[in-house]
Design a protein around this ligand. Structure first.
Ligand code: 9MR
Ligand code: 9MR
Ligand code: ZN
Length: 547
């Protein structure tokens, strides 16, 4: 990071220091609030205070109240109380104040408070595009790189030493430039599910993308960039096997994408990658079909091909790193195979595929996970099954899946209610901010099956936590909200001239409640990644409002 960025950090610290003269902090969702939603701020203080909501334009007090009493919070080692101003619903721009003691950042109340963040976080996928030049602007700063990784990829590790085949396109995985099928799986799976649930709104969203998929709505256009690459991960021999990843053997240093010229290889296949591929291709076939029959047909064909291979080869085949030390994403395949069957059945209605899914669902006890990431995608399969309008489902299994979806979502609601920052996840680990966003999927699916306002409230609490209602009083998303991350572990941000990092990216978060470091070297807590980002896009996508 440059001297300038150090200066900016100090300047912003000085500013926030000024804003919190007493050391009391008012932490809230800095993106703002929907008019009819719950509105809570967490006040870091040892005692209860009167608080005021002030209209920033007029400087008038429009609402006032008293916080809850202060309680000691073990995990963050601080006392906190809650300011609840849910009753106030008038759109505008406001701040909260404890007179003479503390004030919050300015924030909005309005139906469209999440629109801009949705745009920026979804555009972040476009900026992640590999195999092409990308450029964008955010808050007046330009971000760009020339076309990268045009030699993807070499076939040495799939039996054709020295030969090269087109494996360009797709998104970089994270702060590194690799491309990994398993992590694409959960990401694309969540993003298609967002389309399934919110397409009425998503259809009209403009993302200002280049014309890479004529006739597609912008949201799907971005997903097609990834599926174009994924199609190249299927072995060229027609067997249906799918390479686990396409990367260099070792991670690149912090250099711009277009100067990263080491050879990148299609690697050996894994059964989890192959199953995730089936699921993604089945989804692509179904959701792209109205816009592109031919491509949808290609995707469906590819899905069947790999599905048949997996049927004939039922044993788990893990990925072995061998010469590679890039991301592992090693995972056993039962959940991936279940998800594959769910999506292929939903697309085709094939009764044998349904039977395959239901056998697997039974074996997993129709279980739903409260806390899940790339290593376990069974939720995606269960959700697709539960939401499907197709007939023929086994009523017992369906009832159990539905029951579990609602029970787990209710547990997530309880977690959030018990946490002073509304955080719905009870654990901390590498990438847990992504899981906080991902739990919104559990909540939104439950809300379809058994509608209840509490699922929506907790979804917004999850978003609020990521955008400032946390112990740091900071947004976890670059370029958005209060005092956002400045030093993400991102090779583009770390190797360009701009002091601001590339915009719209969620960082992974601490391995404990107070363990986040906004330091570039700290990839465990401050990297960015598509599987966290896709969850955030889903979370925001449920709350945008379009004219
Ligand atoms: O930069 C890499 C990051 O993208 C990965 O998530 C992380 C874990 O696999 O590894 C990082 O690379 C580090 C490597 O593993 C060890 N040497 C330092 C590298 C960071 O620059
Ligand atoms: O998100 C992954 C996390 O769950 C793992 O614990 C970690 C170590 O294997 O890897 C993370 O994924 C990284 C991947 O291996 C390489 N690209 C960057 C990813 C995010 O840090
Ligand atoms: Zn690239």
């Amino acid at each position: 990071m440059s001297k300038i960025s150090v200066f900016v950090i100090m300047l912003s610290m000085a500013f926030w220091g000024y804003a919190q003269p007493s050391g009391i902090q008012i932490c809230l969702n800095s993106l703002g609030f929907l008019p009819q939603s719950e509105k809570k701020a967490t006040v870091l203080a040892n005692e209860s205070f009167e608080f005021q909501l002030i209209d920033v334009k007029t400087n008038r007090v429009v609402f006032s109240g008293k916080t809850s009493s202060a309680l000691w919070q073990e995990d963050v080692d601080a006392s906190a109380c809650i300011a609840d101003f849910s009753a106030f619903e008038t759109p505008g721009t406001y701040r909260l104040e404890i007179p003479g003691r503390a004030r919050s950042v300015d924030f909005r109340i309005g139906p469209d408070v999440y629109n801009a963040a949705f745009y920026t976080t979804m555009r972040a996928f476009y900026l992640w595009r590999c195999g092409t030049a990308v450029s964008g602007e955010h808050n007046g700063v330009k971000y760009e790189h020339a076309a990268c990784h045009l030699n993807d990829g070499y076939e040495d590790y799939i039996g054709n030493p020295g030969s090269r085949r087109d494996g360009t396109k797709g998104w970089h995985d994270a702060g590194d430039y690799g491309k990994y099928t398993v992590n694409a799986g959960i990401t694309v799976g969540m993003m298609f599910l967002a389309w399934e649930l919110f397409q009425d709104n998503l259809k009209t969203v403009k993302l200002d993308l280049p014309e890479t998929a004529p006739g597609y709505p912008d949201y799907l256009k971005e997903l097609k960039w990834e599926t174009d690459w994924l199609l190249t991960m299927q072995y060229p021999d027609g067997s249906g096997r799918v390479s686990h990843k396409l990367t260099r053997t070792k991670f690149a240093p912090f250099i711009p994408a277009e100067t990263d010229s080491a050879k990148r290889y299609f690697t050996d296949w894994s059964s989890a990658a192959t199953a995730d591929f089936v699921a993604m291709m089945a989804q692509a076939a179904r959701y792209f079909k109205p816009y592109d029959q031919v491509y949808a047909g290609v995707c469906l064909q590819a899905a069947w091909n790999s599905y048949r291979f997996l049927k004939e080869n039922p044993e788990n085949k893990g990925f072995v790193q061998g010469d590679f030390s890039t991301g592992g994403y090693q995972t056993a395949d039962p959940d991936d195979r279940l998800w594959a069957a769910a999506e292929l059945w939903e697309t085709t209605g094939d009764p044998e595929v349904l039977a395959d899914f239901e056998r697997r669902a039974k074996a997993l006890n129709a279980g739903i996970h409260e806390d899940w990431d790339w290593g376990n995608v069974s939720n995606l399969g269960m959700f697709t099954y539960a939401l499907s309008g197709r007939s023929g489902k086994n009523p017992e299994i369906l009832a159990k899946v539905n029951r579990n979806i609602v029970a787990v979502a209710s547990k997530i609601v309880e977690n959030s209610r018990a946490d002073v920052f509304g955080r719905p996840l009870v654990r901390y680990y590498w990438g847990c901010n992504g899981t906080v966003a991902r739990q919104v999927i559990n909540l939104q699916v439950a809300n379809r099956i058994a509608p209840d306002k509490k699922f929506e409230t907790t979804s917004l609490a999850a978003i609020g936590h990521l955008f400032g209602r946390n112990i740091y009083n900071r947004s976890y998303v670059t370029g958005l909200g209060i005092n956002p991350p400045m030093n993400p572990h991102d090779r583009r941000s770390g190797s360009d001239q701009a002091e601001q990092p590339w915009p719209g990216y969620l960082v992974g978060g601490g391995q404990s409640a107070t363990g986040w470091n906004d330091v570039q070297e700290d990839y465990i807590t401050n990297e960015i990644a598509i599987n966290w980002q896709g969850a955030l896009v889903f979370a925001l996508g449920g709350f945008i409002s379009l004219p």
